[in-house]
Design a protein around this ligand. Structure first.
Ligand code: MG
Length: 343
């Protein structure tokens, strides 16, 4: 009876298919083995273990799949709610002494906010840390960005710089990375650990995942593939936008996930050059968009999104809104929200 209850409890705490099948198989085999040994001794135990393993795996997989769908539905609805709340037009404030407005009606929608490397400026936080992710999720903004590198032994680590405290992540091992401490004392996270935080959160905030450009194109592709697998395993594909300076990484993600939102970061290609590759967004430094303002309309005509980084100054936030960007990536997510979505 206790074992049967353990089986039910384990299966009901499955968040996705993979976890469900694994949990179901392990608990099912134990329950099956015990029941089998009571009924048929040693032989019964073997048969019971096998039957329990198979039954548990199927049941866990089914429950995990249902849970994945539920999470996706809930998340999609919350994102729609946020977009509905967005002011579509800026109200003009009449200038009384003149008796007429000197501004043209402003019809550009307010850009959505992406926290650059999480919400890391507050006390106790640090860039790309668990805390920075949790605080960005609490804010309920559109997205929060992280950067990932692949170690020599193929672990996906979260960090911005190629070299951290003298250790070059792509040249070293997982074990060496785990010894490194971030500025707030946390250990350098592996991607799956941050995905676990997102998976368990009710926040509507999505993930903007930057696959770093590695020393050679193949390692950038490998990192993209490993990151896609981790996000798929966590059941967060619907909640993730992908970005990279590496054109090869972008192309790999487009091939693996034809429906994903994938944006290129380097700022050296016009939208029409990226569109045939399946890349459906540009995510450029503000200086590149100032040099090529026509790329905003070009991208929108191709149904591509436009993201700009890293915009912390309120004047530049307004400038980018007036240019028509869809997203602003900023180290000051609260400031950006207050400007475009005051509560
Ligand atoms: Mg980044």
């Amino acid at each position: 009876m206790i074992l049967a209850m353990a089986l039910v409890l384990t299966l009901t705490s499955c968040y996705n298919r993979v976890e469900g099948a694994a949990n179901g198989a392990s608990v099912g085999s134990i329950v099956g083995g015990v029941l089998g040994s009571i009924v048929g001794g040693r032989h019964g135990q073997d048969v019971g273990t096998l039957v329990g393993l198979a039954t548990g795996a199927v049941a866990g997989h089914t429950i995990g799949a249902a849970e994945e769908k539920k999470t996706e539905r809930r998340w999609r609805q919350r994102r729609l709610d946020i977009q509905d709340d967005m002011p579509q037009e800026r109200e003009l404030i009449p200038r009384e002494p003149l008796g007429y407005s000197i501004e043209q009606p402003q019809t550009k929608p307010a850009p959505l906010t992406i926290a650059h490397r999480g919400e890391w400026k507050s006390q106790g936080s640090a860039q790309n840390s668990r805390t920075s992710l949790e605080r960005a999720l609490e804010m309920g903004i559109w997205g929060t960005e992280i950067d990932v590198w692949l170690t020599r032994d193929n672990h996906v680590m979260v960090n911005h710089d190629a070299t951290f405290q003298g250790v070059t992540i792509q040249d070293t091992t997982y074990k060496a990375c785990k010894r490194l401490r971030l500025d707030n004392g946390e250990k350098m996270p592996e991607l799956y650990q941050l995905l676990n935080i997102m998976r368990k959160s009710d926040s509507p905030t999505g993930l903007v995942l930057e696959v770093k450009k590695h020393r050679d194109a193949q390692r950038s592709r490998d990192c993209a593939t490993a990151a896609v697998e981790a996000v798929r395993k966590a059941g967060l594909l619907e909640r993730t936008m992908w970005i990279s300076f590496s054109i090869e990484a972008c192309q790999t993600i487009c091939q693996l996930l034809p429906d994903a939102e994938v944006a290129y970061l380097s700022g050296d290609r016009a939208p029409h050059e990226l569109y045939p590759m399946g890349i459906n967004g540009i995510d450029y430094n503000i200086k590149h968009l100032r040099q090529n303002p026509e790329w905003v309309d070009e991208a929108h005509r191709l149904h591509m999104s436009v993201n700009v980084w890293t915009v912390d100054d309120p004047k530049e936030m307004r400038e980018m809104r007036d240019l028509g960007v869809d997203f602003i990536t900023t180290n000051e997510p609260e400031r950006c929200e207050r400007m475009f979505r005051p509560r």
